[in-house]
Ligand binder design. Structure first.
Ligand code: AMP
Ligand code: MG
Length: 484
């Protein structure tokens, strides 16, 4: 039974030990106004979209949904390699929506005011970054990549101060959970032996119910977490996604991509690409993401050591053995995906090397990541010229087409595989910026067109042509800013 608009809340996180969260309501805002509302997601959640669209106060924190027990979650994290105590400094978890399909999703307001974890921050968010989170989440979801999603963005009628005054906004985030690697780090760092087992039990109930009860549960949990993260970061690498701030507090144990701050998709291919203006040493550069994921998983393993069986030495050995599986698991997902992008149904070492050779050529000539892969299928069918004009590329093309000819599947099957593996539409940086700028100036139409385009990424239509084109040559070097 839900209430009138379909809210059906449980609040299982509030039943965990009190050190893991603080109870407080979101702080009301002056004049909530709906900017975007996600009808599709509302339907999945069992919510009455038509009614809720007209209820911006609920998504601003001015009114609580029935059954909500608002909290801010405590967590820690390694930020750029340094351990810090954090927590939801500008977010409130309203509760967990139980969907008609029997699933459980966190409903969180982001930008909802100060909390005990706000430190120097104002607890608020600006409209542009919240719309960015909305559109990138929809793009990732449409690409089939696990992600949190946004249900709504409302403006607050208040101004937030960043470098300049900006319109304030609140985003409603929907997530399989908000448990982070940093949540485990927090539980392990607090001197209270009940926290870690309680958190682990909760995380397993939510994400790995099959594990509950067995022996060596913490190892098994670490193992499934490694499997999820290996698959996730491989998916990022295969579409040119740069998260931008892969601190352990931004690494969800659900395996969803979370916390879209200074993230962006590659235009030209370059493993050293860094979009975030504060990532001065390139720690979170595109090509570093698998290694950073591995590093973050090592921090999870460390946090779990106290609850692992058999004393310190055996626990360390067990954790190290599981961690050591990451590179091969990542490599498996990545190689399989890369070969699919080339229309290859196997992923032998030689096949994967063919993919790596193409990427190296693309990096040398600064070819567009998305458009180059898209062009391969048309080129193989003789319907388009080669996307790169160089002797290296021509030699590669010959080897690749010879390889295609050697596999048993006909060319049509190979190009079909390529077309479902190579998106036509990604949220291009220059289009995202233009859409956000228009939205902040009061015109939401370009943003809505962009969202519509990224929701159907694997087809080329006349309507999505402007969204498929790489940015005009000679455009400014793209930077995102962390002052979100
Ligand atoms: P992020 O880099 O966005 O993942 O945030 C890192 C930490 O800073 C988290 O604990 C956030 O809750 C907190 N934080 C970010 N922005 C603000 C803000 N404007 N006010 C308070 N806390 C914030
Ligand atoms: Mg964060």
């Amino acid at each position: 039974m839900g209430d009138r608009v379909g809210w059906r809340f449980d609040n299982s996180y509030t039943r965990l030990p009190a050190a893991l969260f603080s109870r407080l309501p979101p702080q009301p805002v002056r004049a909530p106004r709906m900017v975007v509302f996600n009808d599709d997601l509302a339907a999945d959640l069992g919510l009455d979209a038509a009614a809720l669209r007209e209820a911006p106060g609920v998504f601003a924190g001015n009114a609580l949904p029935e059954g909500a027990e608002p909290i801010a979650q405590a967590y820690a994290g390694h930020q750029y390699g340094h351990f810090v105590n954090l927590g939801d400094g500008r977010a409130i978890l309203l509760g967990e929506q139980l969907t008609p399909a029997g699933r459980r999703f966190d409903i969180q307001l982001k930008g909802s005011g100060r909390t005990p974890y706000s430190r120097q921050g104002d607890g608020r968010a600006a409209l542009g970054p919240m719309l960015r989170e909305y559109v990138i989440g929809e793009a990732m979801h449409a690409l089939g990549i696990p992600t949190t999603r946004a249900l709504a963005v409302v403006t607050t009628g208040e101004t937030v101060r960043r470098e300049v005054p900006l319109p304030g906004a609140v985003l409603t985030r929907v997530a399989a959970s908000h448990i982070r690697v940093g949540t485990f780090q927090f539980a392990a760092a607090v001197d209270d032996p009940v926290l870690l087992p309680a958190l682990l039990g909760h995380a397993i109930d939510r994400h790995d119910p099959g594990l509950a009860g067995g022996a060596a549960v913490p190892q098994a949990f670490l193992d499934t977490m490694i499997a999820r993260q290996a698959a996730l970061v491989a998916r990022w690498m295969l579409v040119g996604f740069v998260h931008g701030v892969m601190n352990t507090d931004n690494c969800a144990v659900s395996g969803e991509t979370i916390d879209y701050g200074p993230c962006a998709f590659l235009d030209t291919h370059d493993p050293a690409t860094v979009f975030s203006s504060i990532d001065q040493h390139g720690r979170y550069a595109f090509g570093n993401q698998p290694a950073i994921t591995h590093w973050n998983l090592a921090r999870l393993a460390e946090a779990l050591l106290p609850v692992m069986e058999g004393g310190e030495k055996r626990a360390l050995e067990a954790a190290s053995a599981v961690l050591a599986t990451f590179p091969e698991r990542y490599g498996h997902h990545y190689r399989t995906g890369l070969c699919a992008k080339l229309g290859l149904f196997t992923a032998t070492a030689a096949d994967a090397a063919l993919g790596e050779r193409l990427l190296a050529i693309m990096a040398t000539v600064r070819a567009d990541f998305t458009a180059t892969f898209v062009a391969l299928a048309d080129m193989a069918e003789g319907r388009a010229p080669p996307p790169v004009d160089s002797a290296e590329f021509r030699a590669w093309q010959e080897d690749w087409q010879a390889r295609l000819a050697r596999q048993p599947q006909p060319l049509a099957e190979a190009t079909a595989l390529m077309r479902r593996s190579n998106p036509q539409v990604i949220p291009r940086n220059h289009l995202v910026e233009a859409a956000l700028e228009a939205a902040v100036a009061g015109d939401i139409a370009p943003f809505e067109r962009l969202v519509a385009a990224v929701r159907d990424p694997f087809v080329a239509t006349a309507a999505n042509a402007p969204f498929r084109a790489p940015p005009p040559a000679g455009g400014p070097c793209y930077k995102t800013f962390c002052g979100t």
